[in-house]
Design a binder for this molecule. Structure first.
Ligand SMILES: *[C@@H]1O[C@H](CO)[C@@H](O)[C@H](O)[C@H]1NC(C)=O
Length: 284
């Protein structure tokens, strides 16, 4: 073996060891995802570095992760449908399967050119959701890629945008609120038409003359515990995310977002819950 080939092998070996140990995983869409629907409307480009979904009058499209995760910190950069995206929804979420499934949702509701997208979030535990919070963003999400992250560990589910936390759902099992910690989840994303509700509650319809609508994805990163032959493997070392919670500075940013950009919070929707707001809302 030539010495340069030898050093290359050592290099590859070290790189592989590092990946296994840290559980960090820089993305390649071919390796990490399956295109699940849309008959060619979902595309992997640039040697696996980029993925696009598109929607036209006939169909939307979607993909899902090959891996199933049981806790993790998942980051993805998205650039949303530009221009007139009214009526379209780009969903990006973790979900398990079955009638008592758990789910952690980001959904981006499109709008007319120049009008703001809504970032819709929800959390299902054991098949029950109804925990919507909605936000405007502090930037135009169609101009550039921005990072949307889900941190899911045994104590918290934290949604972040460009590293700024926007929502923290805590483990409140001590108050008998179920927390997702048993069912592994896959990552899913799809682009579809929801013009019966998405934009201004369904008032603004999809303008099909602007189709196809396209959303783009890049830089998928998962630091996660991955299910393999029925066991969850987190790797050792580098799992700071597993015990992570919001520090003082992050809490301050969370409050800034909630004060200035939150436009709906189920916890304050007293009309919706005449028998009293959900228990978790009493322990923010
Ligand atoms: C769309 O724009 C209108 C007008 O600014 C706004 O009320 C609405 O919240 C925006 N977003 C969606 C998804 O409807």
């Amino acid at each position: 073996m030539s010495s340069s080939l030898m050093s290359q092998c050592v290099h590859i070996f070290l790189a592989a060891t590092f990946v296994a140990m840290s559980g960090v995983h820089g993305g390649n869409f071919y390796r990490d995802f399956d295109l699940t629907w849309g008959d060619g409307r979902a595309k992997i480009l640039n040697n696996g570095q980029m993925l696009t979904l598109s929607l036209d009058k006939v169909s939307g499209s979607g993909f899902q992760s090959k891996n199933q995760y049981l806790f993790g910190k998942i980051d993805m950069q998205l650039k949303l449908v530009p221009g007139n995206s009214a009526g379209t929804v780009t969903a990006y979420y973790l979900s398990s399967q079955g009638p008592t499934h758990d789910e952690i949702d980001f959904e981006f509701l499109g709008n007319l050119s120049g009008d703001p997208y809504i970032l819709h979030t929800n959390i299902f535990t054991q098949g029950k959701g109804n925990r919507e919070q909605q936000f405007y963003l502090w930037f135009d999400p169609t101009k550039d890629f921005h990072t949307y992250s889900i941190l899911w560990n045994p104590q918290h589910i934290i949604f972040s945008v460009d590293g700024i936390p926007i929502r923290d759902f805590k483990n409140l099992e001590k108050y008998r609120i179920p927390f997702p910690k048993i069912q592994p989840m896959r990552l899913y994303s799809s682009l579809w038409d929801a013009d019966n509700w998405a934009t201004r509650g369904g008032l603004v319809k999809t303008d099909w003359s602007k189709a196809p609508f396209t959303a783009s994805y890049r830089n998928f990163q998962a630091q996660a515990c991955v299910l393999s032959s029925g066991r969850s493997r987190c790797g050792s070392g580098g799992n700071r995310w597993f015990n992570q919670q919001l520090d003082v500075a992050s809490l301050k940013r969370l409050r800034w977002v909630q004060k200035n950009y939150m436009i709906y919070n189920y916890c304050t929707d007293v009309k919706r819950f005449p028998q009293g707001i959900p228990t978790e809302c009493k322990h923010p």
